[in-house]
Design a protein around this ligand. Structure first.
Ligand SMILES: [Zn+2]
Length: 257
């Protein structure tokens, strides 16, 4: 019988330092702490990744006997009430009870040039990446080599993300130059319009963006906050599995937003 390959184990300190270096966490002024957010056991062999550290995700990570959970949306956001009560108490109690490490990576995971949410999404949607917006590094610029119409590109997004995007604009308008920012980045739409693009893609939308799209002729695409941010954390988990021989599994959730 062939011997089963055993999973390697690394220490929490080594993993933590590696991730901080890889994602250059100290370069970012962020809305939440990046890196280890809740400390668990010291040895890590099995990692689980997810977009958000919801209760459902925590329970699945525990059921999978994970040593560490890595997410894009962790805890301890600025402007949040910091008290550990209610659902926050339940989540943190579960993490501590199971000695499960929680790592959160927010802007560093959006921005990474290979593993980041924006670059990973571009790869899946056939966008050729030019680079980051000169005035706002969170917004990326690129082009669609085949210049699909808004309608055709919308259908491609639906196939890829398994979710209907909201498309605002002329469905027959060809899209060449595109700006995008995964997640809840609708407020960069105006900045994107000034960059001379045909379309701006993000996760969420607000009321005023309908009018701005109409008046500028720049198409607005809201493809889902959760849906557009699934790929960075998965790429990070896969990278760690390859690098250290860890076991990795991604947990998705049916978040419609
Ligand atoms: Zn987000």
């Amino acid at each position: 019988m062939p011997t089963r390959k055993t999973t390697a184990m690394i220490s929490r300190e080594v993993l933590s330092a590696y991730l901080d270096d890889l994602l250059q966490t100290n370069r970012f002024r962020d809305y939440s702490p990046n890196g280890l957010q809740v400390e668990g056991r010291s040895g890590i062999a099995r990692i689980v990744t997810a977009v958000s550290a919801s209760m459902e995700t925590l329970q699945k990570a525990v059921a999978l006997q994970a040593d560490a959970l890595l997410v894009h949306h962790g805890y301890f956001w600025k402007n949040e009430d910091g008290r550990i009560t209610g659902t926050r108490k339940e989540r943190i109690a579960l993490l501590l009870r199971h000695d499960l490490n929680l790592f959160g990576f927010h802007l560093p995971l959006d921005a990474h040039p290979e593993l980041g949410n924006n670059v990973q999404l571009a790869q899946r949607l056939g966008i050729t990446v030019s680079g980051q917006h000169p005035d706002e590094a969170l917004v990326w610029l690129g082009h669609l080599p085949q210049a699909p119409t808004l309608k055709t590109f919308g259908a491609q997004i639906k196939r890829t993300l398994k979710r209907d995007p909201l498309l605002i604009g002329n469905p027959d308008q060809p899209l060449r130059r595109i700006a995008w920012c995964t997640g809840g980045a609708q407020n960069y739409f105006e900045l994107a319009c000034r960059a001379g693009v045909d379309a701006y893609l993000t996760g969420e939308v607000s009321e005023q963006h309908f009018h701005l799209a109409q008046e500028t002729g720049v198409a607005f695409i809201a493809a889902g906050h959760h849906a557009t941010e699934r790929y960075g954390i998965q790429a990070l988990g896969q990278h760690l599995a390859d690098q250290f021989g860890l076991t990795h599994q991604f947990i998705d959730s049916g978040n419609p937003v």
